[in-house]
Design a protein around this ligand. Structure first.
Ligand code: DQA
Length: 142
């Protein structure tokens, strides 16, 4: 199974963001864990991150032909980017929406995700382990 993991805006700054909320790990450490978990599950994974919404949408378009499943954490775009919603809506493969923090228990403006209606499954508030859970979910449903 080929899975693409798309981390969005400001996730490259993970190590500098509030460790009480984001766990204090770097994007590099997070991606290393994802690659290790995927290897253990005999899955093929590609992790990407960008701060450009257009680039992010282009990677979602690419996933139509290149991926069997996508794991997305669009960061703050999750709360307002209908363009990312529409790009994900084109996909026919499973889409797992992951958030490191529990957006349901944070600021009012974070509680709504425009990605939710197109997500096959959602995981939030589990830190880096949420990505492992997403991989395990995809293996279990394959
Ligand atoms: C986030 C939650 C978003 O509200 C925030 O803007 C992020 C990260 C998370 O992983 O918890 O950048 O998606």
């Amino acid at each position: 199974m080929q899975v693409v993991v798309l981390n969005g805006v400001n996730l490259d700054q993970l190590a500098r963001r509030d460790p009480a909320i984001y766990g204090g790990i770097s994007l590099n450490e997070l991606e290393t864990r994802i690659y290790d978990w995927a290897h253990a599950l005999t899955m093929s994974v590609r992790c990407r991150q960008t701060n450009s919404e257009g680039e992010y949408i282009g990677w979602i378009h690419d996933a139509f032909d290149d991926a069997d499943a996508v794991i997305v954490n669009p960061g703050a775009w999750s709360h307002y980017s209908w363009a990312i919603h529409d790009a994900l809506a084109v996909l026919t493969c499973p889409i797992v929406e992951v958030h490191l923090s529990n957006i349901a228990e944070r600021d009012e403006w974070r509680r709504h995700s425009v990605i939710e209606p197109v997500a096959t499954h959602r995981i939030m508030g589990k830190g880096a382990d949420g990505y492992r859970e997403a991989l395990e979910y995809l293996v279990a449903r394959a």
